[in-house]
Ligand binder design. Structure first.
Ligand code: DC
Length: 225
């Protein structure tokens, strides 16, 4: 890869529980780059559909709702839905259950991918995390990372996260939920979770989060002057 000047665009893709959010936040902080959690945008739209009791097969209503819905993320990744701060609400069990089916709906993706591309274009460098960042949102990214981990480790992290929020789940329940999400996110027709051929793959199963961050930073710094 040629030497990059200044403000890199960094894509971080991977399945749920691979450690993307924590890693992306810290990478963006250390490199002083903007951070965009695209999953939070799909979660906000899911919340809107829950509020409106939307039938997910009713594409006409979905288009109509999308036309009057505003999703905005602050620099600190606080999420605003039609002006209301829903940062906590988008992590609810109902949203967890519905976000994969919602994010498989093409008009939803079309709208959010367009917003994500505009944000990337208007930023002086960015770190974006999601499922289709390198394959669809910014295929011209300077760095494309794909984080992965074993299903047991992803389930362990997810269970811990839920426990911290006071939600108790058995290991089997978490594994089931993750497998279900993987199945929908990887199997959908419109821009599924993809590992692009030029991705740098990092298996985070046995790595501390700081080690993953250090690895990404050292790769970026070795190529950016
Ligand atoms: O990263 P997360 O768990 O907050 O993402 C929630 C869901 O959003 C995930 O199950 C799939 C979807 N998603 C997507 O389809 N494309 C993205 N770029 C990011 C998330």
């Amino acid at each position: 890869m040629p030497e990059k000047q200044g403000y890199p665009k960094i894509a971080i893709d991977g399945p749920a529980g691979a450690g993307k959010s924590t890693v992306t936040r810290e990478v963006s902080r250390r490199l002083a780059l903007k951070y965009l959690d695209t999953g939070a945008m799909y979660r906000a739209i899911t919340l809107k559909f829950i509020y409106e009791n939307t039938e997910l097969s009713d594409l006409k209503s979905i288009e109509e709702i999308l036309n009057r819905t505003e999703v905005r993320l602050s620099d600190r990744q606080e999420v605003f839905l039609d002006g209301t701060n829903v940062t906590g609400d988008i992590r609810s069990a109902d949203v967890n259950r519905l976000v994969s089916p919602v994010s498989a709906i093409s008009p939803v993706r079309l709208r959010l991918v367009e917003m994500q591309r505009t944000i990337a274009k208007e930023s002086n460098g960015i770190v974006m995390e999601g499922r289709d960042i390198a394959s669809r949102v910014i295929p011209d990214a300077d760095f494309k990372f794909y984080l992965d981990a074993s299903i047991q480790e992803r389930a362990r992290r997810r269970r811990k996260e839920q426990l911290e929020k006071g939600i108790e789940m058995t290991e089997d329940e978490v594994i089931e939920e993750i497998k279900n999400r993987d199945f929908i996110d990887s199997g959908r027709e419109d821009s599924p979770l993809t590992m692009v051929s030029d991705a740098i793959v990092i298996d985070t199963t046995d790595m501390a989060f700081e080690a993953v961050v250090d690895k990404i930073i050292s790769i970026v710094k070795s190529k950016v002057s």
